[in-house]
Design a protein around this ligand. Structure first.
Ligand code: S3P
Length: 177
């Protein structure tokens, strides 16, 4: 599908939000390809800009600095056109970023239950400092608590979609309707 089928300013930036492991990066890259937008993975952009990995940023500078850089990058992205942004799982929940995203684009929350997120994260090869070294049980406990804390932010997205076997085609349809 051609991106001209997407109307209005709001749709020139699409923000995928959701918990770690919800599939934002893969879906974002497929969605961008389908609608002819650029795809930006916020975590990758932060790593590139900082010249350090996310775990390195957390261990050397701490989470507060990471959140500040995350905000700076997001503000930069709000000046870009025709972009699909795969955000980091915590981004919408810090520094008013959900409001900034809602003002500057279309937000989509990819929703998944804790048990599914746990299974996906257990099998993921991405190193994530917030869950590093947790046993399966600890991970489920962490996800359940953190999701409860984050959901009020995630639920402010313009669209909420079930992430179970979600395909980029369905997101294209949602945006075009
Ligand atoms: C985080 C999620 C990660 C990354 C960082 C913090 C979070 O991104 O931004 O490790 O606070 O949930 P993903 O959602 O892509 O794993």
């Amino acid at each position: 599908m051609d991106s001209s089928a997407l109307n209005g300013n709001l749709q020139s930036r699409i923000f995928l939000i959701g918990f770690m492991g919800s599939g934002k990066s893969t879906l974002g890259s497929h969605l961008a390809r389908k609608i002819g937008f650029e795809h930006v993975d916020m975590d990758h952009l932060i790593e590139e800009t900082a010249g350090m990995t996310i775990p390195g940023i957390f261990s050397e500078h701490g989470e507060a600095v990471f959140r500040k850089w995350e905000r700076d990058i997001l503000l930069e992205l709000c000046r870009q056109e025709k972009v699909v942004v795969s955000t980091g799982g915590g981004a919408p929940c810090h520094n008013d970023l959900i409001d900034i995203m809602n003002r500057n684009g279309t937000t989509i929350y990819i929703e998944l239950p804790p048990a599914v997120l746990k299974d996906r994260l257990l099998h993921s090869r991405t190193e994530r400092p917030l869950i590093k070294g947790k046993s399966e049980q600890e991970l489920l406990h962490y996800i359940t608590g953190k999701l409860k804390e984050r959901e009020p932010y995630y639920r402010r997205a313009r669209f909420i979609v079930d992430g179970t076997s979600l395909r980029a085609d369905e997101l294209v349809k949602l945006l075009a309707d």
